[in-house]
Structure formats: structure tokens, C-alpha cells
Design a protein around this ligand. Structure first.
Ligand SMILES: [Fe+2]
Ligand SMILES: [Fe+2]
Length: 292
């Protein structure tokens, strides 16, 4: 089944401050959000939401709204704690499987993004996950058949590379993504001189869904990971997402110039990828990487 990560939603305490980080330091171009004709109860405006990427794909920077589920008659609150969204071609089947397995599904219909039907569910670690489907293929919003997280090249040459999903039981989350969401597990391709080889080969510690290390990384939260690797950040705790940029050196210079602490991990985990970690202003961990 074809699928891709459609967007990552990050909670922001100050949307403008976060938008500035993604725009001026990471170097992403701000996009325009497109809404459906009948829009749900949601606040717009630059102090509530900022979007990076076209056709609503990419990154959504959002201010938390505690009453969002009541206003929109949903069980889940997608504005608190962030979430990510997977686009599939068989949303009705996925919803049926989730419900049959006893999961509560919020079916929001088409309410927030033009041409996209959205549902929300909790993953096995009670994090909100969105699954969506384009209601027609006219805008080319369908995943290509058989492609696992085919990349969307955004203006300026950046892409959403992966989402790191913390899982206290990696096998339970693997089962959930495989049997209920319908994704196919793939194999990690390690960096040549990986400092985490033992971590990578252990199915209790790490699993990947998607081609070429893209897509979803399911990772066991590991307290000693940062210290063992000499990192300032621990990418295994609390989850993170990764953007691939065309010029990582330029991002590092801008992080330094803005006094943002970052971990320059080099190529330590994924084949052919240099990785950097930093917190955005609301303490969401962001990975910025580049093909080497
Ligand atoms: Fe979303
Ligand atoms: Fe990562």
C-alpha cells in the first residue's frame, strides 16, 4: 500500500516565535494553508497557526486549544502535544480495523484541510496520530502505489524525512502500524561507522517503516542514549521529526549565530546522512539532516 507522512503538527506556545525559528534559522519557506469550503471550529491568524510546505503538506505550527475537541465534536485533541499525519488510500478500511480492535476513532471528515478527510486515533503510547486521505486525486495528493513515504520536495529543496515515534514496547507499536494502519515494516540501513549498531539491530529497540530510512522510526526511549553518544540532546525521548535540507552547514551557522544549542551528530545512524538535533522555541526536538 502506498502511503506518506503528510504533515507534522508541532505545538507552539508562541506561534510567531516558532515560525521565526523554522523560517529564519532552519531556512524553510512559509506556505499558505488551504481550507475546505466548510471549515470546522478552528482559529486562524498568524498567532494561532503557521504552515511550512505546499498543499498543507509539511509542518503545521499550532497554538494549543483546550476546547478544540468539544468545539469540533472529536474525542481527540490534535492541537495539544503535537501529532503527525499519514496519508493512505484506504482510510475507511483503516478506520474499520482500528474500531474492530477497540480503538476510539475521531472521524473529523473534511474540516481542516482542503480535499482531505481526517481521522484521529491514539497510538499504543497514547499519542495522537492522524490518518487522512485525499477525497479526490485531482490535485495529485494520492500516495503512489506501493511507495512507502515517497518524498515531497518543497520549495527551497527541503523535505519531511521521518518521524520518530517513542514506543515503550517497540513490538506493540510495530504490530499496531502493520496490522491496523496497514504499513509494511522495512529494514534500517545503518551508517558505515555507526556508533549505535547494537541498538539498530535489536527489534526491541528500533523499527522502521518506509524506504531508505525515511518514514516512521519506532524507538524505545533510552535514558543513556545521549551520554553514550556524547550528545546534548536525546533523540529517543519524547519523539522528534526530521527535515532534510540542502545546506546543513548553513543551518548550523544560523543556529550558532542565534545561540541555539545543537548536537552535531554527524553520520552516526543512517547511511549517507549527516544529522543535527536542536529544540525549537517550544522545546520540540527537531532533527535537521542532509544527504552526504
Ligand atoms: Fe494534523
Ligand atoms: Fe531521527
Amino acid at each position: 500500500m502506498g502511503w506518506f507522512i503528510h504533515h507534522v503538527n508541532v505545538q507552539a506556545f508562541d506561534v510567531q516565535e516558532s515560525a521565526k525559528f523554522y523560517r529564519d534559522i532552519i531556512g524553510l519557506k512559509e506556505g499558505v494553508r488551504t481550507y475546505p469550503e466548510t471549515v470546522g471550529a478552528m482559529s486562524s491568524g498568524p498567532d494561532r497557526i503557521a504552515a511550512f510546505g505546499r498543499d498543507n503538506r509539511g509542518i503545521h505550527v499550532v497554538k494549543a486549544n483546550p476546547s478544540f475537541p468539544i468545539q469540533n465534536k472529536l474525542f481527540h485533541n490534535p492541537t495539544i502535544g503535537g501529532h503527525f499525519a499519514i496519508t493512505v488510500t484506504n482510510l475507511e478500511t483503516v478506520k474499520a480495523r482500528l474500531e474492530e480492535a477497540g480503538h476510539i476513532v475521531s472521524d473529523a471528515g473534511v474540516y481542516a484541510m482542503a480535499g482531505m478527510r481526517q481521522i484521529y486515533v491514539f497510538d499504543p503510547c497514547q499519542r495522537v496520530m492522524e490518518i487522512n486521505q485525499a477525497i479526490d486525486d485531482s490535485a495529485g495528493r494520492y500516495p503512489r502505489r506501493g511507495e512507502a513515504h515517497d518524498l515531497e520536495m518543497q520549495e527551497g529543496g527541503w523535505t519531511l524525512h521521518h518521524v520518530n515515534l517513542p514506543a515503550h514496547s517497540v513490538p506493540a507499536t510495530v504490530t499496531y502500524l502493520r496490522d491496523l494502519i496497514g504499513l509494511e515494516e522495512s529494514r534500517w540501513i545503518p551508517a558505515e561507522s555507526s556508533s549505535i549498531s547494537e541498538f539498530i539491530v535489536d527489534p526491541e529497540m528500533l523499527a522502521v517503516f518506509g524506504d531508505d530510512n525515511r518514514g516512521i522510526h519506532v524507538v524505545k526511549p533510552t535514558a543513556e542514549f545521549a551520554a553514550k553518544n556524547g550528545f546534548k540532546h536525546n533523540p529517543t525521548i519524547g519523539g522528534h521529526f526530521a527535515v532534510t535540507v540542502p545546506d546543513l552547514e548553513a543551518v548550523k551557522s544560523r543556529l550558532s549565530a542565534s545561540d541555539v544549542q545543537f548536537t552535531d551528530a554527524g553520520s552516526y545512524a543512517m547511511a549517507g546522512m549527516a544529522q543535527v538535533y536542536a529544540y525549537d522555541p517550544s522545546m520540540n526536538l527537531v532533527e535537521i539532516n542532509q544527504v552526504i
